[in-house]
Design a protein. Structure first.
Length: 270
C-alpha cells in the first residue's frame, strides 16, 4: 500500500532584508529542499536566481552533521541560489557554521522569528506616570496686585507628525528604497526590477511592477496599498507571494495586501 503523499514543504522560505532570503529548514531532506528551491527559482527567476540565502536549522530537533550540512549547501547552489550564512542559534550551531566556513547572522534570525510568530521577549512596561501633586499657590511678584489674574500658561509647540519616507520620483528598475522604522509612500510608479521596502506600511500611488515588502522587521500589522497591481512580489513580515500566485482578476487593479493568521491576503480596494 502506498504511503499518503506529504504536501508539507520541507523548508519555509521568507523574505527579509533587501536581497536576502531566510530558509528555515523544517525537515532535513536534501533532495526535497533542493527540489523546492529549484521550483521557486523557476517560478520567479528575477527574484530567486543567484539570490543570497541564509540557512536556518533552528526548526530541527537535531543539527545535521558537517557533511550533511555541506551536502545541503551544494544542493542549494545547484538549485540556483547562494547560501551565504547560517542563522544564529546555539553554540553547536556556531561550531557547525565555523566548520562550514560561514558566518552566523543574529539580527536576521530575530527578524524572522518576529515574522514567524515565535516567542519574542516582551518590551519593558512603561514606567508609571508620577502622581500629580497639588501646587502651592503662587505668591504675587513685587508690584503686582494680590487680586491680579494668574498669567496664562504658555502653550507647548505642536509636534509635527512623521510623514514617513516620501518618494516623489518614480522608483526605476534596479533601484532599492528602504524606509527604516517608518512607512514608505511612493507618489509615482515602482518599475519592474525595482524594490521598495518599509518597516511600516507601503503606499504606492501608481503602478507596482517590481517588488514591495512591508513590515520588514516583523510588523504583522503592516500593509501594502497600490493603485495598479502588476507586482513581481509582495511580502508582509516575511510572508510573500510572487506574480504567478497572485489572483488574475486583481492584475491592474487597486489593491491592498495584508497578513491574516500568517496567510497573505490580497483584495481590491473599494
Amino acid at each position: 500500500m502506498n504511503a499518503a503523499p506529504n504536501y508539507e514543504q520541507a523548508g519555509d522560505l521568507k523574505i527579509g532584508q533587501v536581497g536576502i532570503a531566510n530558509l528555515r529548514v523544517r525537515s532535513f531532506e536534501v533532495e526535497r529542499l533542493a527540489d523546492e528551491m529549484r521550483e521557486r527559482v523557476q517560478r520567479a527567476p528575477a527574484l530567486f536566481r543567484r539570490a543570497a540565502v541564509i540557512v536556518d536549522f533552528g526548526g530541527l530537533s537535531d543539527l545535521p552533521s558537517v557533511d550533511e550540512a555541506r551536502a545541503l549547501l551544494v544542493a542549494l547552489r545547484g538549485a540556483g541560489v547562494i547560501p551565504v550564512a547560517l542563522a544564529y542559534g546555539t553554540s553547536e550551531n556556531d561550531r557547525l557554521a565555523e566548520a562550514l566556513d560561514l558566518p552566523t547572522l543574529a539580527k536576521f534570525r530575530a527578524q524572522y522569528e518576529r515574522a514567524g510568530g515565535e516567542a519574542v521577549s516582551p518590551a519593558p512596561a512603561p514606567a508609571p506616570a508620577a502622581a500629580a501633586t497639588p501646587s502651592a499657590p503662587q505668591q504675587p511678584k513685587a508690584g503686582q496686585p494680590r487680586n491680579a489674574p494668574a498669567p496664562a500658561p504658555t502653550a507647548a509647540p505642536p509636534i509635527a507628525a512623521d510623514p514617513g519616507l516620501v518618494m516623489t520620483a518614480p522608483v526605476r528598475s534596479g533601484q532599492q528604497v528602504y524606509a527604516e522604522q517608518r512607512d514608505l509612500t511612493v507618489v509615482g510608479t515602482v518599475g519592474a526590477g525595482a524594490e521598495v521596502m518599509a518597516d511600516g506600511s507601503v503606499h504606492i500611488y501608481g503602478s507596482l511592477r517590481g517588488r514591495a515588502l512591508a513590515g520588514a522587521q516583523g510588523n504583522t500589522q503592516a500593509r501594502i496599498f497600490c493603485q495598479e497591481f502588476h507586482a513581481e512580489l509582495v511580502a508582509v513580515a516575511g510572508h510573500y507571494i510572487v506574480a504567478d500566485e497572485a489572483p488574475a482578476h486583481l492584475i491592474g487593479k487597486p489593491v491592498q495586501v495584508w497578513l491574516d493568521n500568517e496567510t497573505l491576503k490580497i483584495a481590491a480596494l473599494d
